[in-house]
Structures are given as C-alpha cells and as structure tokens.
Ligand binder design. Sequence first.
Ligand code: MN
Ligand code: MN
Length: 301
Amino acid sequence: MGKLGDEAIDKLIRAGRIAKIVREEAAKMVKPGMKLVDLAEHIENRIRELGGEPAFPTNLSINEIAAHYTPVVNDKTIVPDNAVIKIDIGVHIDGYIADTATTVTCNPVYEPLLEATRKALEAALSILRPGIKAKEIGYIIEKTIENYGYKPVRNLTGHSIDQYIIHSGKSIPNFNDIFSRWKLEDGVYAIEPFATNGVGLVKEGETKTIYSIKKRRGRLTIYERRLFEKIWSERRTLPFCERWYRDMFSNIDGLRNTIKMLERHGVILSYPILIERGGGIVAQFEHTIVVNGNEIIVTTL
Ligand code: MN
Ligand code: MN
C-alpha cells in the first residue's frame, strides 16, 4: 500500500473501531440453537448502522470448517450445542478495510484450543515492529500454538490489505516459513493464526457461498447483466453473497442459477469453504494492523 495519508489512516481506524464493536457484540450473542443467518444479518446490519459497509460477507464457520462459510438465503443451519464457531468480520469505509475474527465455544473442552490461538495472536502483536520479517511472526505463532499441544494451520495465512483489496499479495505465515523473508513496511496487514487438533492443513470443500467479480466483460443475458451491474456498482472486486441480492429475483432459484452462470462465464469467482483435512476442530483470531513509519496501530483492538 505504501505511505498512507491522514485521511486513509482515519478511515482505517474508523473501520477498525466498528469491526471491534460488532465482533464483541456478535460473540456475546452466540447461543446454541440460534440460526447462523440471523447472526450474519445482525452483524452486517450493525456494521451499516455504525457507518461502515461489510468488506466481505460475514464468515460463520463451525468446527472443522476453518473459513469461508456465510449463510445462504433461508439457511436452516443453527449453532450446534458443542460448536466451535469462528466469526470473521470485514468492515470498509471507502475501501479502507478492517478484517477481524474471534472464536466462540460453549464447550469447555475446546477452551485450551481457543486460548492457544488467542495467545498466538497476542504474541505476534507483542513482537511487531516496522521491518520485522513475516517469517518471524509465523515463528512465534507456531511456537505458541505448539506449546499448547496443537498445530497451526499451515495453508491459511495473514495477508497484506490494500484499498478495496482484502488479500493484496503478501502472506504472513502461521508457521516459521523460511521463504517468507519479506519485511513489514508501511501499509495494512491482517494477522490471523488458526490452530487445530487435526493435521494442520485445510482443503477446499464442495460448498460455495462467497463470490467476487473477477473480470468486467462477458457475453451475458439480460438477467445476468442486471445482476452483474448491480454487484459491480456496489462491490467492485469486494466479495459478496446471495443474501445481498435476493430482492432482485422473484425466486431464489433464479438468483442461484444466474450466479452459477456468471461463474461459468468466468466473470465471477467463488471461494469454496475450507475444511480441516484431518477433520480437526479449528479456532481463529484475527486483528488488522496499520504500519505507518515507526508507528503500528492495531485498528481492531
Ligand atoms: Mn478475516
Ligand atoms: Mn483476513
């Protein structure tokens, strides 16, 4: 992202503050038996009430699903009794993004897993300095999680963030990845350890609920074009989900088929759910930081 102006930093801080408030409210709301779709809609409505926009659909990923599940229209999924639920929230103001996550469980058996992940994030934040190598952050995350007897998820990473771009190219590993020699310079980054009692890797699942626009052109039918233009005007390349466009179609199958066709035409991209390969339970905590000269601001803390 390079040197940030005062206005950019102000918007990053405001987005971070909204994300923090909504994350904390959402964590308190989670109760076994509640519908995921109600939680997601509450979160997204609160973001808008507080003056932000969702940077991506709320990810509510349960147990061995590590990430990338957002409820669909009429989703019947409820929070199971013993669930470990990751709440991953994105807020943007004019494209300036805050990305933050927390994990909640009602089952005390999983408290140490949550604790390991929370401590890994705290440890990472505590060693931050401008110019630190990404692999040093990964090292302390891995060590902290291993001290609790768990594994970091090695193929999920933190990332650099740019205006309107959630993953802008650089990855912050969750283990001591010797290839991650690049250094933290001015810009915005998300740090997000994932820990598991499984094998420490995720694979893609069949389910897809989150999408983004990939390219501007395509030979489209009138319905496809209407949906495409609406999404482009609101989201540009930021992710979206079917819940946000249900009112454009008289029935949900019309919307779903149109999304499917846009994907087939190559104009939109889908993000399949990510599942722990060994079926392990996964926890995640995440904060967004701004590096500005000698100063480091954790915008979502
Ligand atoms: Mn996130
Ligand atoms: Mn992130």
